[in-house]
Design a protein around this ligand. Structure first.
Ligand SMILES: [Zn+2]
Length: 97
């Protein structure tokens, strides 16, 4: 199992079948969208673009289907679908005046 960064709003639940169903965390409505997911695997960071998800229009929570989760895991494991590299700056959390 790979890990998604907290910033991606990872939700392991299977994608809700009814799009009109409200979010588990607020009263927002879920809309089908394509999102970018950051996943970490053994210290390596991979970015997967164009992932189908249901996104809450209020809190931004994302819901992925079980199939999508499996596909993301397979993509995170291998290099076959890699399109390009990006440079990512890494910062330490500290108070900036
Ligand atoms: Zn919500």
């Amino acid at each position: 199992m790979f890990e998604l960064s907290p910033s991606t709003g990872y939700n392991a639940l299977a994608m809700k079948k009814n799009v009109k169903e409200p979010c588990d965390f607020c009263d927002g409505r879920l809309e089908p969208r394509h999102v970018t997911v950051d996943c970490r695997r053994g210290g390596a960071l991979k970015v997967i673009e164009h992932v189908p998800a249901l996104v809450c229009n209020h809190c931004g929570e994302r819901y992925y289907s079980a199939t999508t989760m499996k596909t993301m895991e397979a993509i995170a494991k291998g290099d076959r679908t890699r399109k390009r590299f990006i440079r990512v700056p890494v910062s330490k959390f500290e108070v900036v005046a």
